[in-house]
Ligand binder design. Structure first.
Ligand code: F6P
Length: 324
């Protein structure tokens, strides 16, 4: 196998805060390993159409803190066609590109897996606010989206409590309840509706009525966009069933996808970016990098005392590699 000389990177699917930090990490670590780096604009459609731009270290300066993706993205279901996949590989090979890093969600990984099956070296980086990508505890963008939701619900709670209202807040997440579940938990929602669990409008009404009876000044119900009971249908039922609270619906929508990436998203973006390039450089392929988050554990107090947790010096190494 010829040694790897050049890699390309693309972002695909819905944008996610932190994608730019990942692009920067891919480009800078590739350069640090002596590779040429290319960016592909507009995801797989741009790959098929040959929208390549060579990227140097300076080209990815000043993007670490920016939401969205400087490479732009497009949904391109047509990429399921093998003919288009072959054209994509021809475009890569015409420029001497020996490997691709694909940043995105499950659709992006399907495209990456197709290229892998056709024999082209690819490594994926999970980035999707939905957090529905298999093989990682968390994808790039989830933490920022959650922070956006929490900020929005905190504001809604202020007005809800002032008016004694129940707010039904719809979060994104497509068919996955992760964003709703997490935000419901950390915002103290009376109830959270997710696609993975069925709840009747009557059950929600009972919970809201109970909150009113306990003297609460407000109620928050978080509804994932994929939940079987839609936010507006739920409002109609709550109004009909007279829970004590007046109700309002807020659909957070695409606001959840924008904004400056959080510290956590920048950190995993940097780590995933370096890991993806290092794996390709080492000859590995057909993989997606991911994070296995630690579980809640308990440690004997006697063991904790007198010891110190050391920082992760692997990050020290990566940070030096990216500071170019
Ligand atoms: O996958 C990310 C996501 O924001 C989903 O949560 C949502 O269902 C979908 O994308 C919206 O897609 P679009 O940006 O094409 O409207």
């Amino acid at each position: 196998m010829a040694p790897l000389k050049s890699i390309a990177v693309l972002t695909a699917g819905g944008d996610a805060p932190g994608m730019n930090a990942a692009v920067r990490a891919v480009v800078r670590s590739a350069i640090a390993l002596g590779l040429q780096a290319w960016g592909v604009r507009r995801a797989y459609e741009g790959l098929v159409g040959g929208e390549f731009l060579e990227l140097g270290a300076r080209d990815v300066g000043g993007i670490i803190q920016r939401g969205g993706t400087v490479l732009q993205t497009v949904r391109y279901p047509e990429f399921e066609q093998p003919q288009l996949q072959r054209e994509a590989i021809a475009q890569l090979e015409a420029r001497g590109v020996g490997a691709l890093v694909a940043i995105g969600g499950d659709g992006t990984m399907r495209g990456a897996a197709a290229l892998d099956r056709l024999g082209f070296p690819v490594v994926g980086i999970p980035a999707s606010i939905d957090n529905d990508v298999y093989g990682t505890e968390i994808s790039i963008g989830v933490d920022t989206a959650l922070n956006t939701i929490v900020e929005a619900i905190d504001k809604l709670r202020d007005t809800a409590a002032s008016h004694r209202r129940a707010f039904i807040v719809e979060t994104m997440g497509r068919h996955c309840g992760h964003l709703a579940l997490m935000s419901g938990m950390i915002c103290g929602a009376e109830m959270t509706l997710i696609p993975e669990r069925e709840v009747s409008a009557e059950e929600v009404a009972d919970a809201v009525r109970g909150a009113y009876a306990r003297g609460k000044t407000h109620a928050i119900i978080v509804v994932a966009e994929g939940a079987r009971l839609a936010a507006n249908a739920l409002k109609e039922t709550l109004d009909r069933m007279n829970t004590g609270f007046e109700s309002r619906v807020t659909i957070l929508g695409h606001i959840q996808r924008g904004g400056r990436p959080s510290a956590w998203d920048r950190l995993i973006a940097a780590r995933f970016g370096v890991a993806a390039v290092e794996r390709l450089h080492a000859g590995e392929r057909g993989l997606m990098v991911g994070l296995r988050a630690p579980a809640i554990i308990a440690t004997a107090l006697q063991e904790v005392c007198g010891r110190k947790r050391e920082p992760d010096l692997e990050i020290y190494r990566m940070a030096r590699m990216l500071a170019k």
